[in-house]
Design a protein around this ligand. Structure first.
Ligand SMILES: Cc1ncc(COP(=O)(O)O)c(C=O)c1O
Length: 378
Protein backbone atom coordinates (compact mmCIF):
# COMPACT_ATOMS: atom_id res chain seq x y z
CA UNK A 1 0.00 0.00 0.00
CA UNK A 2 1.20 3.50 -0.84
CA UNK A 3 0.85 5.88 2.07
CA UNK A 4 0.36 9.58 1.65
CA UNK A 5 2.57 10.04 4.67
CA UNK A 6 4.98 7.11 5.00
CA UNK A 7 6.73 6.22 8.22
CA UNK A 8 10.18 6.82 6.76
CA UNK A 9 11.59 8.35 3.61
CA UNK A 10 15.35 8.45 3.10
CA UNK A 11 16.34 12.08 2.54
CA UNK A 12 19.23 13.55 0.62
CA UNK A 13 21.33 16.27 2.17
CA UNK A 14 22.60 17.64 -1.16
CA UNK A 15 26.11 16.48 -2.09
CA UNK A 16 25.48 12.72 -2.30
CA UNK A 17 25.61 12.44 -6.13
CA UNK A 18 28.61 14.75 -6.36
CA UNK A 19 30.61 12.76 -3.83
CA UNK A 20 29.62 9.47 -5.44
CA UNK A 21 30.89 10.79 -8.76
CA UNK A 22 34.11 11.93 -7.06
CA UNK A 23 34.63 8.51 -5.50
CA UNK A 24 34.10 6.82 -8.88
CA UNK A 25 36.46 9.27 -10.60
CA UNK A 26 39.12 8.68 -7.94
CA UNK A 27 39.38 5.05 -8.99
CA UNK A 28 39.08 3.83 -5.39
CA UNK A 29 35.68 2.34 -4.72
CA UNK A 30 36.60 -0.51 -2.38
CA UNK A 31 36.78 0.10 1.38
CA UNK A 32 38.92 2.55 3.33
CA UNK A 33 39.22 5.21 0.63
CA UNK A 34 39.19 8.99 0.95
CA UNK A 35 35.53 9.30 1.94
CA UNK A 36 35.85 6.61 4.60
CA UNK A 37 38.74 8.61 6.03
CA UNK A 38 36.67 11.80 6.01
CA UNK A 39 33.80 10.12 7.90
CA UNK A 40 36.00 8.47 10.50
CA UNK A 41 38.10 11.60 11.07
CA UNK A 42 34.91 13.55 11.65
CA UNK A 43 33.78 11.10 14.35
CA UNK A 44 37.19 10.87 15.97
CA UNK A 45 37.72 14.63 16.10
CA UNK A 46 34.23 15.86 16.79
CA UNK A 47 33.07 13.23 19.27
CA UNK A 48 36.43 12.40 20.84
CA UNK A 49 36.40 8.77 19.71
CA UNK A 50 39.73 7.00 20.04
CA UNK A 51 39.30 5.07 16.79
CA UNK A 52 36.36 4.77 14.43
CA UNK A 53 36.00 2.03 11.82
CA UNK A 54 33.17 2.18 9.29
CA UNK A 55 31.34 -1.12 8.93
CA UNK A 56 28.72 -2.58 6.63
CA UNK A 57 26.03 -2.31 9.33
CA UNK A 58 25.45 -1.88 13.04
CA UNK A 59 24.84 -5.63 13.14
CA UNK A 60 28.37 -6.19 11.82
CA UNK A 61 29.86 -3.67 14.24
CA UNK A 62 28.19 -5.64 17.06
CA UNK A 63 29.53 -8.92 15.64
CA UNK A 64 33.01 -7.41 15.68
CA UNK A 65 32.63 -6.56 19.37
CA UNK A 66 31.84 -10.19 20.15
CA UNK A 67 35.05 -11.26 18.38
CA UNK A 68 37.05 -8.54 20.13
CA UNK A 69 35.81 -9.59 23.57
CA UNK A 70 36.63 -13.22 22.75
CA UNK A 71 33.13 -14.30 23.68
CA UNK A 72 33.10 -18.08 24.20
CA UNK A 73 30.32 -20.67 24.32
CA UNK A 74 28.57 -20.44 27.68
CA UNK A 75 29.52 -16.81 28.34
CA UNK A 76 26.65 -14.56 29.35
CA UNK A 77 25.81 -11.17 27.93
CA UNK A 78 23.23 -8.89 29.56
CA UNK A 79 21.06 -6.95 27.13
CA UNK A 80 17.56 -5.52 27.08
CA UNK A 81 14.75 -7.71 25.83
CA UNK A 82 13.29 -4.61 24.20
CA UNK A 83 15.81 -4.25 21.36
CA UNK A 84 16.56 -5.33 17.82
CA UNK A 85 17.61 -8.95 17.23
CA UNK A 86 21.16 -7.99 16.28
CA UNK A 87 21.96 -6.82 19.82
CA UNK A 88 21.54 -10.45 20.87
CA UNK A 89 22.51 -12.34 17.72
CA UNK A 90 25.98 -10.83 17.53
CA UNK A 91 26.87 -12.59 20.79
CA UNK A 92 24.73 -15.69 20.30
CA UNK A 93 26.68 -16.32 17.07
CA UNK A 94 29.76 -16.84 19.25
CA UNK A 95 27.91 -19.20 21.59
CA UNK A 96 26.93 -16.73 24.29
CA UNK A 97 23.74 -16.96 26.31
CA UNK A 98 21.73 -13.72 26.25
CA UNK A 99 20.48 -12.66 29.68
CA UNK A 100 17.50 -10.41 29.14
CA UNK A 101 17.05 -7.41 31.39
CA UNK A 102 13.83 -5.44 31.60
CA UNK A 103 13.55 -1.74 30.74
CA UNK A 104 12.67 1.34 32.76
CA UNK A 105 9.15 2.56 32.15
CA UNK A 106 10.27 6.20 31.62
CA UNK A 107 13.13 6.10 29.08
CA UNK A 108 12.56 2.51 27.88
CA UNK A 109 16.27 1.91 28.46
CA UNK A 110 17.60 -1.07 30.39
CA UNK A 111 16.74 -0.83 34.06
CA UNK A 112 20.13 -0.41 35.67
CA UNK A 113 18.62 -1.25 39.09
CA UNK A 114 18.29 -4.87 37.94
CA UNK A 115 21.86 -5.21 36.66
CA UNK A 116 23.53 -6.27 39.85
CA UNK A 117 21.05 -9.15 40.30
CA UNK A 118 21.71 -10.45 36.77
CA UNK A 119 25.48 -10.43 36.85
CA UNK A 120 27.08 -13.85 37.27
CA UNK A 121 30.59 -15.32 37.12
CA UNK A 122 30.20 -15.90 33.35
CA UNK A 123 28.89 -12.43 32.54
CA UNK A 124 31.27 -11.00 29.94
CA UNK A 125 29.43 -7.95 28.62
CA UNK A 126 26.59 -5.54 29.26
CA UNK A 127 25.01 -4.03 26.15
CA UNK A 128 23.05 -0.85 26.87
CA UNK A 129 20.82 0.29 23.99
CA UNK A 130 20.12 4.03 24.02
CA UNK A 131 16.50 3.74 22.98
CA UNK A 132 15.40 6.57 20.67
CA UNK A 133 18.83 8.09 21.31
CA UNK A 134 18.04 8.91 24.94
CA UNK A 135 21.05 7.92 27.01
CA UNK A 136 21.03 5.03 29.47
CA UNK A 137 22.22 5.65 33.06
CA UNK A 138 25.82 5.20 32.02
CA UNK A 139 27.44 6.19 35.32
CA UNK A 140 25.63 3.40 37.19
CA UNK A 141 26.17 0.88 34.37
CA UNK A 142 29.89 1.64 34.09
CA UNK A 143 30.39 1.44 37.84
CA UNK A 144 28.75 -2.00 38.09
CA UNK A 145 30.66 -3.21 35.03
CA UNK A 146 33.97 -1.97 36.43
CA UNK A 147 33.36 -3.59 39.79
CA UNK A 148 32.64 -6.98 38.19
CA UNK A 149 35.27 -6.72 35.42
CA UNK A 150 32.62 -6.82 32.68
CA UNK A 151 32.94 -5.03 29.32
CA UNK A 152 30.37 -2.43 28.23
CA UNK A 153 29.36 -2.37 24.57
CA UNK A 154 26.97 0.43 23.66
CA UNK A 155 24.40 -0.34 21.00
CA UNK A 156 24.09 3.23 19.78
CA UNK A 157 22.10 2.48 16.62
CA UNK A 158 19.69 5.31 17.49
CA UNK A 159 21.87 7.71 19.38
CA UNK A 160 24.60 9.26 17.22
CA UNK A 161 25.23 12.84 18.42
CA UNK A 162 23.10 12.29 21.53
CA UNK A 163 24.69 13.04 24.91
CA UNK A 164 24.49 11.83 28.50
CA UNK A 165 25.72 14.29 31.13
CA UNK A 166 27.34 16.33 28.37
CA UNK A 167 29.34 13.43 26.90
CA UNK A 168 28.56 11.88 23.53
CA UNK A 169 26.79 8.52 23.46
CA UNK A 170 29.08 5.94 21.90
CA UNK A 171 32.08 7.20 23.89
CA UNK A 172 31.24 5.51 27.22
CA UNK A 173 31.71 1.80 26.54
CA UNK A 174 34.97 0.16 25.50
CA UNK A 175 33.18 -0.38 22.20
CA UNK A 176 30.08 1.12 20.60
CA UNK A 177 28.08 0.19 17.49
CA UNK A 178 26.26 2.61 15.18
CA UNK A 179 23.85 2.29 12.28
CA UNK A 180 23.45 4.15 9.00
CA UNK A 181 20.47 2.12 7.85
CA UNK A 182 17.98 4.19 5.87
CA UNK A 183 15.72 4.66 8.90
CA UNK A 184 18.46 6.47 10.84
CA UNK A 185 19.16 10.23 11.07
CA UNK A 186 22.22 9.79 8.84
CA UNK A 187 22.25 7.09 6.22
CA UNK A 188 23.99 5.46 3.30
CA UNK A 189 21.26 2.84 2.82
CA UNK A 190 22.98 0.13 4.84
CA UNK A 191 26.02 0.91 6.95
CA UNK A 192 27.47 1.24 10.40
CA UNK A 193 30.44 2.20 12.50
CA UNK A 194 32.38 0.74 15.38
CA UNK A 195 33.71 3.25 17.90
CA UNK A 196 36.68 1.91 19.85
CA UNK A 197 37.25 3.86 23.03
CA UNK A 198 39.67 1.41 24.62
CA UNK A 199 43.01 1.43 22.79
CA UNK A 200 43.58 -2.26 23.56
CA UNK A 201 41.08 -3.24 20.88
CA UNK A 202 42.23 -1.06 17.98
CA UNK A 203 44.81 -3.28 16.30
CA UNK A 204 42.75 -6.45 16.48
CA UNK A 205 39.60 -4.65 15.30
CA UNK A 206 41.40 -3.61 12.11
CA UNK A 207 42.45 -7.22 11.54
CA UNK A 208 39.01 -8.74 12.21
CA UNK A 209 37.41 -6.23 9.83
CA UNK A 210 39.92 -7.12 7.07
CA UNK A 211 39.25 -10.88 6.86
CA UNK A 212 41.65 -11.70 9.67
CA UNK A 213 44.63 -10.18 7.85
CA UNK A 214 47.05 -7.41 8.79
CA UNK A 215 46.31 -5.58 5.54
CA UNK A 216 45.93 -2.21 7.30
CA UNK A 217 49.45 -2.51 8.74
CA UNK A 218 50.70 -3.35 5.25
CA UNK A 219 49.06 -0.25 3.75
CA UNK A 220 50.66 1.86 6.48
CA UNK A 221 54.07 0.38 5.63
CA UNK A 222 54.39 -1.33 9.04
CA UNK A 223 54.86 -4.80 7.51
CA UNK A 224 56.21 -5.71 4.06
CA UNK A 225 53.47 -8.19 3.17
CA UNK A 226 50.08 -8.96 4.58
CA UNK A 227 48.91 -12.34 5.73
CA UNK A 228 46.33 -14.29 7.71
CA UNK A 229 46.93 -13.52 11.40
CA UNK A 230 43.58 -13.99 13.18
CA UNK A 231 39.93 -14.87 12.68
CA UNK A 232 37.91 -12.27 10.84
CA UNK A 233 35.47 -11.43 8.12
CA UNK A 234 34.79 -8.62 5.65
CA UNK A 235 33.15 -5.79 7.52
CA UNK A 236 34.32 -2.75 5.58
CA UNK A 237 31.93 -0.83 3.35
CA UNK A 238 32.73 0.40 -0.16
CA UNK A 239 33.96 3.98 -0.35
CA UNK A 240 30.86 4.67 -2.48
CA UNK A 241 28.76 4.21 0.66
CA UNK A 242 31.13 6.38 2.64
CA UNK A 243 30.81 9.10 -0.04
CA UNK A 244 27.02 9.05 0.35
CA UNK A 245 27.32 9.06 4.12
CA UNK A 246 29.81 11.91 4.20
CA UNK A 247 27.35 14.15 2.33
CA UNK A 248 24.88 13.51 5.12
CA UNK A 249 27.35 13.94 7.97
CA UNK A 250 28.54 17.21 6.52
CA UNK A 251 24.95 18.51 6.79
CA UNK A 252 24.61 17.29 10.39
CA UNK A 253 23.60 20.62 11.89
CA UNK A 254 20.87 21.19 9.33
CA UNK A 255 19.62 17.60 9.60
CA UNK A 256 19.55 17.68 13.39
CA UNK A 257 17.75 21.02 13.50
CA UNK A 258 15.09 19.73 11.07
CA UNK A 259 14.58 16.69 13.26
CA UNK A 260 14.42 18.77 16.39
CA UNK A 261 11.66 20.89 14.81
CA UNK A 262 9.72 17.74 13.87
CA UNK A 263 10.05 16.21 17.33
CA UNK A 264 9.04 19.43 19.10
CA UNK A 265 6.05 19.92 16.81
CA UNK A 266 4.65 16.53 17.74
CA UNK A 267 5.43 17.06 21.40
CA UNK A 268 3.73 20.47 21.55
CA UNK A 269 0.71 19.63 19.44
CA UNK A 270 -0.09 16.24 20.96
CA UNK A 271 0.34 17.09 24.63
CA UNK A 272 -3.27 17.93 25.46
CA UNK A 273 -4.78 15.07 23.43
CA UNK A 274 -2.30 12.67 25.03
CA UNK A 275 -3.28 13.77 28.51
CA UNK A 276 -6.99 13.41 27.78
CA UNK A 277 -6.53 9.87 26.45
CA UNK A 278 -4.07 8.42 28.92
CA UNK A 279 -1.23 8.42 26.38
CA UNK A 280 2.36 8.88 27.45
CA UNK A 281 4.72 10.91 25.25
CA UNK A 282 8.51 10.33 25.22
CA UNK A 283 10.34 11.28 28.37
CA UNK A 284 13.83 12.77 28.13
CA UNK A 285 15.63 13.21 31.47
CA UNK A 286 17.53 16.44 32.10
CA UNK A 287 20.79 14.50 31.98
CA UNK A 288 20.19 13.61 28.31
CA UNK A 289 20.45 15.55 25.07
CA UNK A 290 18.61 13.48 22.52
CA UNK A 291 19.44 13.38 18.79
CA UNK A 292 15.72 13.44 17.83
CA UNK A 293 15.72 10.00 16.30
CA UNK A 294 12.08 9.03 16.79
CA UNK A 295 8.74 10.09 18.20
CA UNK A 296 6.56 7.51 19.88
CA UNK A 297 3.26 7.34 21.75
CA UNK A 298 2.57 4.88 24.54
CA UNK A 299 -1.10 3.95 24.36
CA UNK A 300 -3.06 2.77 27.40
CA UNK A 301 -3.62 -0.70 25.89
CA UNK A 302 -2.86 -2.95 22.92
CA UNK A 303 -6.45 -2.49 21.66
CA UNK A 304 -6.11 1.31 21.74
CA UNK A 305 -2.77 1.14 19.91
CA UNK A 306 -4.10 -1.20 17.20
CA UNK A 307 -7.22 0.92 16.70
CA UNK A 308 -5.17 4.12 16.43
CA UNK A 309 -2.83 2.53 13.87
CA UNK A 310 -5.83 1.38 11.83
CA UNK A 311 -7.39 4.85 12.11
CA UNK A 312 -4.19 6.43 10.75
CA UNK A 313 -3.85 3.78 8.07
CA UNK A 314 -7.36 4.60 6.81
CA UNK A 315 -6.06 8.18 6.36
CA UNK A 316 -3.00 6.86 4.49
CA UNK A 317 -0.63 7.62 7.35
CA UNK A 318 1.77 4.88 8.32
CA UNK A 319 2.56 4.50 12.02
CA UNK A 320 4.48 1.44 13.19
CA UNK A 321 5.03 -0.53 16.37
CA UNK A 322 8.54 -1.46 17.46
CA UNK A 323 10.43 -4.36 19.01
CA UNK A 324 8.77 -7.59 20.04
CA UNK A 325 10.41 -8.63 23.33
CA UNK A 326 13.35 -10.88 22.50
CA UNK A 327 12.78 -13.17 25.49
CA UNK A 328 9.40 -14.17 24.02
CA UNK A 329 10.68 -14.75 20.46
CA UNK A 330 11.24 -18.30 19.18
CA UNK A 331 14.97 -17.90 19.85
CA UNK A 332 14.44 -16.18 23.19
CA UNK A 333 12.33 -19.10 24.39
CA UNK A 334 15.19 -21.46 23.54
CA UNK A 335 17.19 -19.51 26.11
CA UNK A 336 14.45 -20.00 28.70
CA UNK A 337 12.45 -16.80 28.12
CA UNK A 338 8.84 -16.88 29.32
CA UNK A 339 5.96 -14.43 29.77
CA UNK A 340 6.38 -12.26 32.82
CA UNK A 341 10.21 -12.26 32.77
CA UNK A 342 10.37 -8.65 31.56
CA UNK A 343 6.95 -7.15 32.30
CA UNK A 344 7.72 -3.57 31.28
CA UNK A 345 9.14 -4.70 27.92
CA UNK A 346 6.07 -6.84 27.33
CA UNK A 347 3.65 -4.00 28.10
CA UNK A 348 5.59 -1.38 26.14
CA UNK A 349 5.89 -3.64 23.11
CA UNK A 350 2.08 -3.94 23.00
CA UNK A 351 1.41 -0.26 23.50
CA UNK A 352 4.12 1.65 21.65
CA UNK A 353 3.51 3.27 18.28
CA UNK A 354 5.98 5.35 16.28
CA UNK A 355 4.85 8.30 14.17
CA UNK A 356 6.16 9.27 10.71
CA UNK A 357 9.58 10.87 11.18
CA UNK A 358 12.08 11.73 8.46
CA UNK A 359 14.25 14.72 7.64
CA UNK A 360 11.99 16.00 4.86
CA UNK A 361 8.70 15.59 6.71
CA UNK A 362 6.94 18.92 6.09
CA UNK A 363 5.05 20.86 8.71
CA UNK A 364 1.90 20.55 6.53
CA UNK A 365 2.19 16.75 6.57
CA UNK A 366 2.88 16.77 10.28
CA UNK A 367 -0.22 18.89 10.79
CA UNK A 368 -2.22 16.19 8.92
CA UNK A 369 -0.80 13.50 11.22
CA UNK A 370 -1.66 15.53 14.32
CA UNK A 371 -5.18 16.32 13.03
CA UNK A 372 -5.80 12.66 12.24
CA UNK A 373 -4.63 11.63 15.71
CA UNK A 374 -6.84 14.23 17.40
CA UNK A 375 -9.88 12.84 15.60
CA UNK A 376 -9.29 9.55 17.40
CA UNK A 377 -10.90 9.03 20.77
CA UNK A 378 -10.23 5.39 21.47
C1 LIG B 1 18.99 -1.05 18.66
C2 LIG B 1 19.41 -1.55 17.30
N1 LIG B 1 20.57 -2.21 17.18
C3 LIG B 1 21.01 -2.66 15.99
C4 LIG B 1 20.27 -2.48 14.84
C5 LIG B 1 20.78 -3.03 13.55
O1 LIG B 1 21.21 -2.01 12.68
P1 LIG B 1 21.70 -2.35 11.19
O2 LIG B 1 20.45 -2.44 10.35
O3 LIG B 1 22.56 -1.18 10.80
O4 LIG B 1 22.45 -3.62 11.23
C6 LIG B 1 19.04 -1.81 14.91
C7 LIG B 1 18.24 -1.61 13.72
O5 LIG B 1 17.50 -0.70 13.55
C8 LIG B 1 18.60 -1.33 16.18
O6 LIG B 1 17.41 -0.72 16.32
Amino acid sequence: MNYQIPFNKPSRAGNESRYLAEAIASGHISGDGEFTRKCTTLFEQELGVRKCLLTTSCTHALEMTAFLLNIQPGDEVILPSFTFVSTANAFVLRGARPVFIDIRSDTLNLDERQLERLTAPRTRAIVPVHYAGVGCEMDVILEIARRHGIAVVEDNAHGLFGKFRGKYLGTFGSLAAHSFHETKNFTCGEGGALFINDARYVERAEIIREKGTNRNQFFRGQVDKYTWVDVGSSYLPSDLLAAFLYAQLEAREEIQSKRRRIWEYYFQHLGEWAQQHGIRLPSVPETCEQPYHMFYLLAPSLEFRQALMAHLKAREILSVFHYLPLHLSAMGKRFGGKPGDCPVSEAVSDRLLRLPFYNDLTEADQACVVEAIKEFHG
